[in-house]
Ligand binder design. Structure first.
Ligand SMILES: [Mn+2]
Length: 423
């Protein structure tokens, strides 16, 4: 039997600046939210040291950045913090517990063939093991396995790969797995993969092969997928949909040919993520909205304390007039700056109106009428408008006229049925 600690999606170096109070844990060095994710990783690793498993398995997204086309890397604070946490873990466990991880979709320069995890390998060459996206590409290209082998266990590594949109990629990926990643019976076999959707970022073969355990990451909700396959979940709440999730990691006893024994371990966070809902009708005024929001804010009327300040999101539903909603959004901007400058124990304030139906006022619904009276000939009309501005630069005025005419044409040449559907 081997005992592993399975954690995932620590997202260290996650930062937010939009909709967040301008306040630092350490000025110009560490933000409150960034610290939350550092702590999530630290708490998991401290508990892991007490468990002293045979291996620690991290199923990807150790760092939050870079991600996608955003090539900004983790902060120096976060890099140093991860080094410190790992060093303390290896010291406490007397360099007897290897840490094995893979690239997720976060923390890796997908297009650049390198990963933020490489410096950790350099820092702990004997204790830290990883497979990056680049390793995976190379392995597929060379038709070589991506396995880390110890005396008693073989780890089959599956760094993040979104293959689902490209049949040829899926085929070659699947072939590679068939040729190289099928578990053999000589040792305990553990797969480590980052993905959550079969056929998109998780291969069906992973479900079919009889690994003794499959350590999954990417889904931030801790859950059993099948008896030998679990998502460990993230170590700190990330999006507001995670606000009611218990965060933690897994302690797993893996035996050859038997069902693994799973113990769910909790990590508590001081940070509340709270979501409130406001329902609007076409009769709701800006003042109504303002009083509903301030009603919600009452429970947060306390001096700001970075450690305990809440992350608050208001969702709007129902129906409102479009021009009314624009005024409401201006008001919400006002309220946000009030929250961040007055005594509210709120770190983040945002709103979401994706479920709010915004309708045009009756006067604007008659698109045809507008066309008749405002714009007979858009080009001429706009030209007259620009000429009236008395622009000095005639060349620029001409560009304006051409562009403006094009925009007007695009806006007003909307097919009739699509304006009707908004009614
Ligand atoms: Mn992920």
């Amino acid at each position: 039997m081997v005992k592993i600690v399975h954690l995932s999606d620590t997202h260290v170096s996650h930062r937010r600046f939009k909709n967040v109070k301008d306040s630092w844990k350490i000025n110009n060095r560490l933000t409150w939210i960034e610290e939350d994710y550092c702590k999530g990783f630290q708490k998991a690793m401290e508990q892991a040291a007490e468990i002293k498993p045979d291996y620690v398995v991290h199923s990807g997204d150790l760092f939050d950045v870079p991600v996608g086309r955003n090539l900004i890397g983790p902060t120096e604070y976060s890099r140093a913090f991860v080094i410190k946490v790992l060093r303390e873990f290896f010291e406490k466990t007397e360099n007897e517990v290897p840490f094995i991880t893979i690239d997720g979709n976060h923390g890796t320069y997908l297009t650049r063939n390198y990963s933020t995890l490489e410096f950790l390998k350099e820092a702990f060459p004997k204790m830290f093991f990883l497979a990056t996206n680049y390793h995976l590409k190379q392995a597929i290209f060379d038709d070589n396995p991506l396995i880390i082998e110890f005396d008693d266990v073989k780890f089959y590594l599956f760094p993040y790969l979104k293959f689902g949109n490209l049949q040829s990629l899926e085929d070659s990926y699947e072939n590679w797995v068939r040729n190289n990643q099928e578990p053999d019976n000589s040792k305990i076999s553990i797969a480590i993969a980052h993905g959550m959707t079969r056929g998109i970022d998780l291969l069906n073969l992973l479900f079919q092969y009889d690994y003794d355990y499959v350590a999954l990451g990417h889904d931030h909700k801790q859950q059993r997928i099948k008896k030998n396959m679990w998502q460990a979940g993230s170590t700190e709440k990330y999006t507001f949909t995670e606000r009611n999730q218990q965060k933690g990691f897994l302690e797993v006893d893996v035996q050859k040919g038997k069902d693994p024994i799973i113990v769910q371990k909790n990590i508590e966070s001081k940070r509340n993520m709270i979501q409130k809902n406001i329902k609007l009708t076409t009769d709701s005024s800006v003042i109504d909205l303002e009083s509903s929001v301030f009603e919600i804010l009452k429970e947060f009327e306390q001096p700001f304390i970075g450690e305990t300040a809440s992350r608050l999101k208001i969702t709007f539903e129902g129906t409102t007039l479009l021009n009314n909603w624009w005024r409401m959004e201006d008001k919400l901007d006002d309220i946000r700056s009030k929250i961040f400058s007055a005594k509210y124990n709120i770190l983040e304030f945002r709103w979401d109106a994706k479920d709010l139906v915004r309708t045009a006022p009756t006067s604007l619904k008659k698109g045809a009428k507008i066309k008749e009276y405002l714009i007979d000939d858009p080009v001429k009309d706009f030209e007259r408008y620009v000429r009236d501005l008395d622009m000095d630069n005639q060349k620029l005025a001409k560009v304006f006229i051409e562009k403006g005419a094009k925009i007007i044409e695009e806006v007003f040449s909307v097919p009739e049925h699509s304006t009707e559907s908004e009614d």
